[in-house]
Design a protein around this ligand. Sequence first.
Ligand code: HPA
Ligand code: ZN
Length: 324
Amino acid sequence: MKDFISALPKAELHLHIEGSFEPELMFEIAQRNQIEIPYKTIDEVKKAYQFSCLQDFLDIYYAGAGVLIHEKDFYDLAMAYYQKCYENNVIHTEIMFDPQTHTERGIAFETVINGLQKARLDAKEKWGINSLFIMSYLRHLSEESAFETLKQSLPYKDLITSVGLDSSEMGNPPTKFKNVFEASIKEGYIPVAHAGEEGPAEYIWEAIDILKVARIDHGNRCLEDENLVQEIVKKDLALTVCPLSNLELRNTDVMTKHPLKKLLDKGIKATVNSDDPAYFGGYMNANFEAVQEALKLSKEDIITLVKNSFNYSFATDDQKKSYL
Ligand code: HPA
Ligand code: ZN
């Protein structure tokens, strides 16, 4: 099964580039930028990666991203992730980045996007990997700050396909971002949002009805509301599910209780993704392996999941034809 999974060409639809920051590279970039980090060894870093909830993780994730200063830092970060894509047979990836994590620290939007874009071109040339970018607004910040980010993105509009919504979910419902999503859609960005990871089913309803999302990131908690499940099926919305993330952030107690199979059985177009692989212990193959083993997924289930990722990606029709 392991060989079967790794041999399949795959697409990834839920990946935070800042969450692919491996400790080794973090040390290297911290050193060259002469920034102190609160760990002396890689072992110490790995020990700190024990989370009891989303916020626990986010505090460490934002601190780690704080060493990224120069365009080359963002380039190196992205190239390291693309290398993992190559190793995991991921041929198409939709990468989220959090501009505000950097602009709030005084790093220019253009520094971030230029580093990512150079890596995208090099990864395409070196490994043939297709990718697109999802600019995610941080939901713990104000809608006004998201509007500022939208404005900063406009000169680079052609490089960005989609807008997303991430960070601390509880207490920051999708409704808070109604206006900025409306404006983002007008600019041509495709809307997606994290919803129902920690937050209630109500937040998934809001993401659908108010933000008009084309895909739901996580969405696990839709299973608490049968009407919502029916709505997701009717609207043909895919869910970008992240098994190792759910386990590490304690949204799933044990992998054998992971909701992935239930979602598929309900007719929902679920996909498998790595979310923040440097923090949650594995890239795409590891996510597939963990959930396959725990839920005893068949080869047909795996193929369904992989096909869902390609079908519900934002790839062009020509790209989709070439993938499937
Ligand atoms: N959830 C919410 N925000 C995030 C995540 C996540 O899993 N990863 C990075 N930002
Ligand atoms: Zn995420």
